[in-house]
Design a protein around this ligand. Structure first.
Ligand SMILES: Nc1ncnc2c1ncn2[C@@H]1O[C@H](COP(=O)(O)OP(=O)(O)OP(=O)(O)O)[C@@H](O)[C@H]1O
Length: 490
């Protein structure tokens, strides 16, 4: 595109944005303050004299500008734009309705297409290279707040507890926030549910915005991305959809596994990813499994996920769980004895969401009943929680191994023929629990215990039911084992 053509395109963009009802002529006219300098590798470079104008264009007006560009056939090669501050950028201050008048802008046009400048072609500047970071703190009500980043205020690095299980993922997340698109791109974080992946995504967004106030960040869950994509097709808003996701500096995509088998949405994501990556924009992705284990994804996409850095988050150890609860209690000004926090942390090992949920239930229960939070109360709440918790599937193998462990026996003892009293009672308790806690039929349970007849299981169930009512020790043993097994299934 020649310089004159570029000036003309920019004039048309200005006119379109001024006519955009979401912007209005007064604000849209600010586009006339920008001097188009050139296009390199699909990125339009604009120069403005003031940081304020930069922020207005980069943030508030970005969607409208991208929409306007998308509507101009001659501007097809423009996929993104970057604004730089240059005191010598002298624009035509009055946005003349005749687009051609913008060709009067006096600033030189050093970029005439990526292919003519090898340096630019290979190192298209990132936002941080091209834009001076703004020194003043980010205004909560300023222009940049107009960007719909969808970040959750709750999830920052300051509230994230670092432990052995997440140290590497945390370090990678910090590195990405400090140097978007330069540290690792993409950053792919995977791990089981409730271990802090979403928290880290938001924390990256917050920290990057703190460091680079005008950086454009967008958090999106893959379900929202899918819905957005479908709506954009239904409403013929494809250009706006592309503009929304391709005009950011950092795209944070949560739970990518939900794009499984969604061919069209995957395709849209593939192009979004490529555009962002090609323009040195940061992409961070989370998933419940590593790329290789994602099902229903095209190979070309999976290989891209591995271009940058893969890091997992493991279940936290006890110390980390205690630290997470302490931090949460502290943040919410809850007065809870440390020994109680430790006790709760010891009961939930694999999901921090459940761990936090328990703390919330404990405090809610205490305040509803106007009671002090002591061990007695915690026990009551945990007992209710475990009884109410019908969702976790208990495996018969867990029942057998935990029963063996509880009575200090081997698993073979429980399967085997020994009729010694202690072993026989333990075996009957295990059968009883299989009946109570799993949907297995009597014959199936019999098979599990070394091919015994279903009548043996019936007998065991009846006998233990009676003993529970008669003997405190059996009651205690069965209750304690039930709790352990249910906790083990979490
Ligand atoms: N290391 C941590 N420090 C403090 N809080 C944490 C930590 N890890 C997780 N959490 C908290 O646990 C809860 C669940 O975490 P999060 O939603 O980030 O999990 P997730 O891995 O994204 O789960 P899912 O895959 O189900 O979306 C959140 O409230 C989060 O703040």
């Amino acid at each position: 595109m020649t310089d004159d053509e570029l000036q003309e395109v920019w004039g048309r963009v200005t006119q379109t944005v001024m006519g955009d009802p979401t912007v209005g002529p007064a604000v849209g006219a600010q586009l006339a303050l920008a001097v188009p300098r050139g296009i390199a590798a699909g990125t339009l470079y604009l120069a403005v004299q003031l940081e304020f104008t930069l922020r207005l264009l980069e943030n508030r007006l970005r969607p409208a500008i991208m929409n306007a560009i998308a509507g101009i056939p001659e501007a097809q090669q423009i996929e993104n734009f970057v604004v730089i501050v240059d005191e010598d950028a002298h624009p035509a201050l009055d946005p003349d309705p005749e687009p051609a008048s913008h060709a009067t802008a006096t600033a030189p046009a050093p970029f005439q297409g990526g292919d003519t400048d090898p340096g630019l072609h290979t190192t298209a500047p990132t936002r941080h290279d091209s834009v001076r970071p703004v020194a003043e703190p980010r205004s909560r009500h300023g222009v940049e707040d107009q960007v719909d980043s969808r970040l959750n205020e709750k999830y920052g690095f300051d509230s994230f507890v670092i432990g052995q299980s997440n140290r590497f993922a945390h370090a990678a997340a910090v590195a990405v926030a400090e140097a978007p698109a330069r540290a690792y791109n993409p950053l792919f974080i995977y791990g089981d549910s409730g271990l802090g992946k979403t928290h880290l995504l938001h924390a990256i967004g917050h920290y990057a915005r703190e460091l680079f106030p005008s950086v454009r960040v967008r958090y999106v869950s893959s379900e929202d991305f899918t819905n957005d994509f479908i709506n954009s097709i239904a409403n013929n808003q494809g250009a706006a959809f592309h503009a929304r996701y391709r005009s950011v500096d950092i795209l944070l995509v949560d739970d990518i596994q939900f794009l499984e088998d969604k061919v069209e949405t995957q395709e849209a994501f593939f192009h979004t990813f490529n555009t962002l990556h090609d323009h040195n924009k940061q992409v961070v992705i989370t998933s419940d499994v590593q790329p290789k284990q994602l099902r229903g994804f095209e190979e070309r996409m999976l290989s891209r996920f591995e271009w940058g850095l893969l890091t997992d988050i493991q279940a936290p150890d006890l110390e980390t769980r205690i630290a997470i609860l302490r931090k949460k209690a502290q943040r919410e000004s809850l007065e809870i004895d440390h020994s109680i926090l430790e006790f709760i942390a010891s009961k939930f090992s694999s999901n921090i969401r459940e761990l936090e949920g328990t703390l919330i239930r404990v405090t809610a229960y205490a305040s509803l009943n106007q009671q002090r939070i002591d061990m007695q109360l915690v026990h009551t709440v945990l007992k209710d929680l475990i009884t109410l918790d019908a969702d976790n599937e208990v495996q018969p193998s867990d029942i057998i191994s935990r029963t063996a462990e509880y009575f200090d026996l081997s698993i073979d003892d429980l399967y085997g023929p020994t009729r010694a009293q202690q072993i026989a009672t333990a075996r009957q308790i295990a059968m009883y629990l299989c009946r109570e806690l799993t949907p297995l039929s009597l014959p199936k349970i019999g098979q599990l215990f070394g091919g015994r007849d279903h009548t043996t299981v019936m007998y065991a169930h009846k006998k233990i039911s009676q003993l529970i009512a008669e003997r405190r020790s059996i009651y205690n043993q069965v209750t304690e084992l039930t709790t352990r097994i249910k906790q083990g299934s979490r």
